[in-house]
Design a protein around this ligand. Structure first.
Ligand code: IMP
Ligand code: MG
Length: 181
């Protein structure tokens, strides 16, 4: 049964995700007409979303990658963030769109947004494929959201548990037995 057997329920299918990227890409393309768009992917969870979303952006844009890690492991976030890989591109005058897989407590993005704001970009917005507002601890809202999800641990389409399941083409709820055993 493999990875699929660890999934309690499929929340968003490959086809739904494809549709969602097209829809968000169209909105972002309208909003960034005449701007200086730089899409910043937060590794590693957002790579799949980034790769699909960027192909629906019809205005000129650059991409860059950043890797951060929140201290502590497992399914809870600690709010303390360490930069593992910084951006290569100068942010001055750029219209930054941070691309995230999921906005949970919001601690990671609050930290990141403040850090990037100090580098003089023209604007900063956030695109999150998934939003888990019930767990928010920081005052941060995504400007573009794919789906709002319940307080369950989800994997697939880039999202991992213990570095696994990122390659599932859909988003699904992980069986709690997988992370409690
Ligand atoms: P935040 O700082 O709590 O918003 O943490 C967001 C990060 O935690 C995401 O980028 C994910 O890497 C991870 N995360 C939060 N919830 C989930 C989940 O349900 N599945 C997989 N990763 C998650
Ligand atoms: Mg993760």
């Amino acid at each position: 049964m493999g990875m699929n057997g660890d999934i309690l329920q499929v929340l968003f299918s490959e086809e739904q995700l494809r549709q969602k990227c097209a829809e968000l890409g169209a909105r972002i393309s309208r909003d960034y007409e005449g701007k200086n768009l730089l899409m910043v992917s937060v590794l590693k969870g957002s790579v799949v979303f980034m790769a699909d979303l960027m192909r629906h952006i019809t205005v000129p844009c650059s991409i860059d990658f950043m890797a951060v890690s929140s201290y502590g492991s497992g399914v809870k976030t600690s709010g303390v963030v360490k930069i593992i890989k910084d951006l290569d591109i100068d942010l001055a005058g750029r219209d930054i769109l941070i691309v995230e897989d999921i906005l949970d407590s919001g601690m990671t993005l609050t930290y990141l947004t403040e850090l990037l704001r100090d580098r003089g970009p023209a604007s900063i917005r956030i695109a999150a494929l998934l939003d888990k507002p019930s767990r928010r601890r920081a005052n941060v809202q995504p400007d573009y959201v794919g789906y709002v999800v319940p307080d369950e641990f989800v994997v697939g389409y880039g999202l991992d548990y213990d570095e696994k399941y990122r390659n599932l083409p859909y988003v699904g709820i992980l069986k709690p037995a997988v992370y409690t055993r």
